[in-house]
Design a protein around this ligand. Structure first.
Ligand code: NDP
Length: 302
């Protein structure tokens, strides 16, 4: 069996199209322009790339994009007063503080200083609580993207057995909550889980969010299952012609063996990754609609 490839890149483009159309309507009918502020502290190269690409795509869908780049030595009080100012800025509907923060800054304190209605990453403790109790919240972007792809592929997820491998606050736990919200029977696996391969083999839906290159292999997958690979791992891939080291991106799933058994699978790259940024834009739009008492965009929220 060769699995259907779930094309996250194409799906993300269709999400951005929907966002673009809705933003144009907001502008025409209500004179509103959703605004996203991204705060980057320090010079982490990967974070700089993410922030640049978020800013570019925000503008492409017609939203206002604001970037605040602060030095690595920024004091907590200064960061908190910037967040305060963004909280009160009516042209800003979404605030994202790029993680990780430098070690001297308290991430929980900083995230919980964001107005929860503008917390487009969905990491504020209020949003975590709202999601956990099945109430309307801002939902973390990566799990939201996974949920959208699963709903698109299956229609209803009700009654399916889902196994989420990984229990982080940003992916594993919210993913499990979302699947529970769609009436899956959910198991959360982690580094202490016994007989992990047997646990995964029971799943109709596998979400791998571990951070271990190609850990989930075809032999662990139930025939016909849907596999969502969240992992982004850079591994050695020999040397280039000029003798410098070559790397390539792989997920937490061994794509070659898993796609022989699964019914559907997301690739890496081109799967969950593009959906994460698309969902950030969707969340910013949702936040703008909510704060203005307007109907939310259909199909772009949990
Ligand atoms: P974390 O490191 O925060 O969490 C990893 C989880 O995997 C932990 O719960 C850990 O268990 C579990 N784990 C580690 N080793 C094993 C193992 N051998 N068997 C079973 N479980 C294990 O990672 P994140 O959740 O932040 O990210 C996971 C992956 O997703 C990474 O590759 C990351 O780069 C990627 N990612 C991709 C995004 C995207 O946009 N596509 C966005 C965010 C992340 P325990 O709790 O017991 O330690």
């Amino acid at each position: 069996m060769t699995a259907t490839r779930i094309d996250g890149k194409a799906f993300a483009a269709s999400v951005r199209e929907k966002v673009t159309a809705h933003v144009a309507t907001l502008k025409a009918d209500h004179g509103l322009i959703p605004g996203l502020a991204v705060v980057l502290v320090g010079e982490d190269p990967a974070s700089q790339v993410y922030v640049r690409s978020k800013g570019k795509l925000t503008q492409e869908v017609g939203m206002k994009s604001v970037e605040h780049k602060l030095g690595a030595e920024t004091q907590e009080a200064d960061l908190l007063s910037l967040i305060d100012a963004l909280n009160s800025d009516e042209t800003i509907h979404g605030i994202l503080v790029q993680l990780p923060l430098p070690k001297h800054l308290n991430e929980d304190l900083v995230i919980n200083a964001i107005d929860p209605t503008k917390d487009v990453d969905g990491f504020h403790i209020s949003n975590v609580g709202l999601l956990g109790t099945g109430q309307k919240s801002m939902v973390p972007c990566t799990p939201l993207g996974c949920l959208m792809m699963l709903r698109d592929h299956h229609g209803s997820l009700s009654g399916m057995n889902a196994v989420v491998v990984g229990r982080s606050n940003i992916v594993g736990k919210p993913m499990a909550q979302l699947l529970l919200g769609d009436s899956c029977t959910v198991t959360i696996a982690h580094s202490r889980t016994k007989e992990l391969s047997d646990v995964v083999r029971r799943a109709d839906i596998v979400v791998a969010a571990v951070g271990r290159p190609e850990m989930v292999v075809g032999d662990w997958i139930k025939p016909g299952a849907t596999v969502i690979d969240v992992g982004i791992n850079r591994i050695d891939a020999g040397v280039k012609e000029d003798g410098s080291p070559k790397t390539r991106l792989v997920g937490d799933v061994d794509f070659a063996s898993a796609s022989e058994v699964a019914g559907a699978i997301t690739p890496v790259p081109g799967g969950v990754g593009p959906m994460t940024i698309a969902c950030l834009l969707a969340n910013t739009l949702t936040a703008c609609c909510r704060v203005n008492g307007l109907p939310e965009p259909e199909g772009l929220t949990a």
